[in-house]
Design a protein around this ligand. Structure first.
Ligand SMILES: Cc1cc2nc3c(=O)[nH]c(=O)nc-3n(C[C@H](O)[C@H](O)[C@H](O)COP(=O)(O)OP(=O)(O)OC[C@H]3O[C@@H](n4cnc5c(N)ncnc54)[C@H](O)[C@@H]3O)c2cc1C
Length: 306
């Protein structure tokens, strides 16, 4: 076998990529997985809920480490580096990592998840604006801080709940009429004394010199007012990032990769799984299921070419 030649190349070490690696190896393929974050977004989940078998949930990082260890035990190779470019030549996909190392495989799975969106308002790039409460929330421990969470979905409410244990007060700001949160989460937010929810409220800008010290908001009733805060956690949604993909594939207007019922993209031999895919539910359980199915169909594809 040529150097760095694999049967299956997987881009992304989240639940989709890791599950695909486990299935791929067990099907007899020689698998390489590119990525530098074992467990992907799992490390951002304080308590992973909705995953069957864990009645009280499980810390996302613990679950991620365990799935990563399982994929390693099955024999998948993890260079622990991100892919910089994915191209196709002849009958091979070629991946080039950030150190310019090349990897080759006749079948490839893109499972590189989604990245956080941000707001396009003045001062959004100032210090004091964060994307992950689990990663940066502890900065505010024992500081009597007032923190804001921007967004009205499940993730925003989870962030507000998690920050409510650290901050004196959390203000969740959402432009919509009603939180778009699961009923259980919404009730938890409502029951938490130190979370205030501001609905129908638009963020106009962030204020402060080097570091933000407040959020300027507007509503239909009041034009603009400043809410003083010590930090802001942005949770306004996620979107795909396909910068490394130098192969043209069909996507939705939002950039999610379209696949057929066997999870193959519009480019033969290129599969997609997990949050990056045009799918109706983005959760760990669906990412794992996608990974299992994609590896199975990748193997079927590989066999058909032999
Ligand atoms: C705060 C938060 C809380 C959540 N809570 C829950 C929950 O309780 N229950 C639940 O079921 N789901 C939850 N989710 C959703 C869940 O995390 C995702 O649905 C799941 O992680 C998707 O898995 P994935 O493998 O598709 O992508 P990801 O987990 O995003 O993994 C993809 C990985 O690919 C990497 N990558 C990107 N580009 C490249 C590249 N060029 N080269 C190599 N690697 C690359 C990324 O860095 C990332 O590590 C939560 C998400 C967040 C953010």
């Amino acid at each position: 076998m040529a150097e760095n030649q694999y049967d299956l190349m997987i881009v992304g070490t989240g639940p989709a990529g890791l599950t695909a690696a486990i299935y791929g190896q067990r099907l007899g393929m020689n698998v390489v997985v590119l990525g530098d974050t074992p467990g992907g977004n799992l490390y951002m989940i304080e308590k992973l809920m909705n995953y069957p078998g864990f009645i009280e949930g499980i810390p996302g990082a613990q679950f991620g480490a365990s799935v990563f260890a399982q994929a390693q035990k099955e024999g998948a190779f993890f260079p622990m580096i991100r892919l910089n470019q994915l191209t196709h030549n002849g009958d091979q996909f070629m991946g080039i990592d950030l150190n310019s190392q090349e990897y080759f495989a006749p079948v490839t799975l893109v499972a590189c998840g989604v990245i956080p969106r941000t707001l396009e308002v003045p001062n959004v790039d100032k210090k004091g604006i964060f994307l992950c409460s689990l990663c940066d929330g502890p900065l505010f421990r024992n500081k009597d801080a007032t923190l804001a969470v921007i967004g009205g979905g499940n993730m925003a409410s989870q962030e507000a709940l998690s920050l409510s244990k650290i901050a004196k007060k959390v203000i969740q700001i959402y432009r919509g009429h009603k939180l778009k949160t699961e009923a259980v989460l919404r009730k938890s937010v409502e029951k938490t004394d130190n979370i205030e929810v501001l609905l129908d409220t638009q963020v106009v800008s962030f204020s402060g010199e080097e570091c933000i010290d407040g959020i300027v908001v507007s509503t239909k009733k009041e034009k603009e007012r400043k809410i003083p805060v010590d930090g802001v956690f942005m949770a306004v949604g996620w979107g795909p990032n396909l910068d490394m993909l130098q192969i043209s594939v069909e996507t939705t207007s939002e950039g999610y990769i379209k696949t057929n019922e066997k999870l193959m993209t519009s480019f033969s031999g290129l599969f997609a799984a997990g949050d990056i895919r045009d799918t109706d539910l983005r959760q760990v359980v669906t990412a794992c299921a996608d990974g299992a199915r994609a590896a199975t169909y990748a193997f079927e594809f590989l066999e058909s070419k032999r």
